[in-house]
Design a protein around this ligand. Sequence first.
Ligand code: KG4
Ligand code: ZN
Length: 346
Amino acid sequence: MPALTLLGIESSCDDTAAAIVTGVPGDAQVRASVVEGQNALHARFGGVVPEIAARAHAERLDSVVADAMRGAQVGWTDIDAIAVTAGPGLIGGVLSGVMCAKGIAAATGLPLIGVNHLAGHALTPRLTDGIAYPYLMLLVSGGHCQFLVVEGADTFRRLGGTIDDAPGEAFDKIARLLGLPQPGGPAVEQCAHAGDPKRFALPRPLLDRAGCDLSFSGLKTAVLRARDKLVAAQGGLYHADRADLCAGFQAAVTDVLAAKTRRALDHYLELAPEKPTLAVAGGVAANTALRTALEEVAADTGAVLVAPPLALCTDNAAMIAYAGLERMALGARDDLSLSARPRWPL
Ligand code: KG4
Ligand code: ZN
């Protein structure tokens, strides 16, 4: 099969991204990946404002695409197709990306391939490590949390996921509760270093329930109660209190994710994969305590843990270009009627 070169476009949340990827399924290279974040635009609102995000995407997409093409030293004649995130995500942002991709497709005559953002995350370990199907994917980010058995570029089996908050969202909320900066994950992890994870008895939600579903909102409420009790008793929080709450919270998240991953691995191993592989993606995969716990779980079951480099774990367009490449190799094509889908389960 000849190598394909795809332009990828991603704009489903607060990152405007474009990338060029060349290769074949299971053996492709990122030639350029440009990600322009919007943290500064949303910081004073304490969260992503959809209208501001959509406007920023619309303003920046052209230059981000131009930067990616310049970085990869390609022109339109070198490109075989345009892959674009068609959902799920914030509708204004997804629309901005789809409109941009359609404009390019109309002007150049290149084929258009709509990609599910979650499929982009789920297929990333094939791009970075060339791993074989089927593998188990744990997707843990600020917006997502699910276990997927990835059997093919278009074949995903969802084993379970969060029934409320995503873990990254929970880290961010805990940081806010304790007066730590955003994004909360790295701040909570840093603060937890000096803490005692056993001082506060925090819950391990849904551990007693069968299946692979997870929940993090009760844990967040438990931290809130512990904080309020301390504030009422001593008039505020000492550094040691913050550290102990962070350590306790992180230990609870890690315990729950590790235990449910063990369960998900049991289901996946029933497929008798030749090389059992547990892959992890999403911003929370940067957490060292979680990585260590997942490495143990994988080793116990004879599986290998694969964690792509962080720049490709978090939102980016290389994963969209690559997922488009895999879909194109399967014969998938979209046309100018491609629509944006704010909700699009795998
Ligand atoms: O994948 P991502 O960049 O964006 C999406 O949510 O799509 O993930 C960002 C999330 C944030 O909630 C952030 O707090 C969390 O990942 N995060 C972490 C760490 N680094 C980032 N959570 C825990 N520990 C970390 N070291
Ligand atoms: Zn994402």
